[in-house]
Design a protein around this ligand. Sequence first.
Ligand code: THU
Length: 137
Amino acid sequence: MNKRELIEKALEAKTHAYTPYSHFQVGAALMTGKGRVYQGCNIENAAYSPTVCAERSAFFKAVYEGEREFRAIAVTGSPEGESGGFAYPCGVCRQVMMEFCDPEKFLVIVARSPEDYEEYLLKELLPAGFGPKNLKA
Ligand code: THU
């Protein structure tokens, strides 16, 4: 699957968002080391803080299924009723990426459409991040 197709999966995932409070919908498509794709959307909550972002819902689905190696994630977001926009991963989601991904290699694709996107390495979005390697002597 190429970048364009991964972005299309993120755009499709956005249609699953549950956003009765912010009315801001986000979709993510996470590609594993073997090329399998897990989609995620934001799922909000009346108590607000239990809300989960699209990126984390994709990661948690994949990790539950046993996946531990990831290549890239495409993310798109916009107010309800609008087409895709640039939605940059929040700090908590960047930290979850840091847990499972090599910051020198993992690609974050922030997309408005399959033709209009930006890409970053995780190390650019989370410089000097703290990860599992920091806990080893
Ligand atoms: N949101 C995401 O799903 N991903 C992000 O990277 C940024 C924010 C969601 C959380 C909440 O449901 C809505 O967008 C507004 O913050």
